[in-house]
Design a protein around this ligand. Structure first.
Ligand SMILES: NC(=O)c1ccc[n+]([C@@H]2O[C@H](COP(=O)([O-])OP(=O)(O)OC[C@H]3O[C@@H](n4cnc5c(N)ncnc54)[C@H](O)[C@@H]3O)[C@@H](O)[C@H]2O)c1
Length: 301
């Protein structure tokens, strides 16, 4: 297989990440099957993707005249058979190893033999479900960052059984869709950027969950000292509180870590109030125009 043979991309899971990865591929000329088990999620995805094209044209990243063609390249479907005709699969279902393994095995049965399989897992390792793919040599983690067109670094993380050819193809493909590939030399929980971000999120959540400092003060301290436009809780809103909870809860249980469990419970409390983050307009902050972007926030006046 060579890079020209990759023309059709299958996105499995049309949530926060699947929408962005699908749109990024379509903007770079690829045919995209956007698959989700949930019809309502597919409707939301289409609305969200249209909204993203509005932002992208306003930012000058996408020409207005291209929008229709880009959208036409994205085909939403809940039919796995229709979705399966692809050369590269990018999986973005929730962070649950059993679910990811099940879905990858399901698509192994119906995708062509040449299809490359990738996972966008944030914190798991590809070796956890390499066998489930039925094609371990053609499988690696291919992990994006939000927003895919702005934070355009993609981790390529092979497991011990990934073929060198798969890594080389993914590197080329990453460049073709406007991403900067970071190829890991070995498996590592959290890749490169996420390994650093997880430590920050853990510290921020521990401060707020432990009643040491408010959400706003944690962000204020980080933003002022690091000269950033967003703090850890603003980032958690962008990630989505359900995804952040999935990850924190999984590791709290796996490591029997009491602080992580307190952090997961803290997140759960927001989720139970339907505060899911940027995706539904309310999380730690309220959108649009969250208070941390308003004058006076940094000085706390
Ligand atoms: N949110 C982030 O910033 C971010 C960044 C990088 C990687 N990730 C990873 O990407 C993955 C997805 O995260 P997300 O934030 O996009 O989640 P999300 O909850 O926004 O979306 C997940 C989607 O998967 C769908 N789904 C659930 N079960 C399914 C099934 N059996 N078949 C098909 N679709 C199914 C859901 O309907 C939903 O639309 C996770 O592994 C996460 O760790 C997330």
């Amino acid at each position: 297989m060579n890079i020209e043979d990759i023309r059709r991309v299958l996105i499995v899971g049309a949530g926060t990440m699947g929408q962005q990865i699908g749109l990024q591929c379509a903007m770079h000329g690829y045919q995209v099957m956007l698959y989700d088990i949930d019809l309502a999620a597919l409707d939301t995805a289409q609305t969200q993707i249209k909204m993203y094209t509005g932002h992208l044209t306003a930012q000058g990243r996408l020409a207005q005249g291209e929008v229709e063609a880009v959208l036409a390249r994205i085909i939403p479907t809940s039919d796995p058979q229709q979705a399966a005709e692809a050369d590269l699969l990018s999986e973005s279902v929730p962070e649950d190893p059993a679910l990811k393994g099940k879905i990858l095995a399901q698509f192994n049965d119906i995708c062509p033999a040449h299809t490359l399989f990738t996972t966008n897992t944030s914190t798991l390792l590809p070796s956890m479900f390499a066998e489930a793919t039925g094609r371990p040599a053609q499988f690696a983690a291919f992990h994006f960052h939000q927003f895919v067109w702005e934070s355009n670094v993609v981790d390529i993380m092979p497991h011990p059984g990934t073929a060198a050819e798969t890594v080389a193809l993914l590197e080329l493909f990453a460049r073709r869709i406007g991403q900067i590939p970071i190829v890991l030399k070995k498996e590592n929980y959290g890749y490169v950027f996420n390994a650093m971000l997880s430590a920050l999120n853990r510290a921020a959540l521990s401060l707020a969950a432990g009643g040491v400092a408010s959400v706003e003060d944690v962000d204020r301290a980080w933003m002022v000292v690091m000269k950033t436009r967003i703090g850890p809780f603003g980032i958690l809103d962008v990630i989505g509180l359900e995804t952040a909870w999935d990850i924190t809860e999984y590791w709290a249980k796996a490591l029997h870590d009491h602080q992580l469990q307190a952090n997961a419970d803290f997140l759960k409390n927001y989720i139970e109030q339907n505060r899911l983050g940027l995706k539904n307009g309310q999380g730690f902050y309220t959108y649009p125009n969250p208070v941390y972007q308003q004058p006076g926030f940094l000085t706390g006046e």
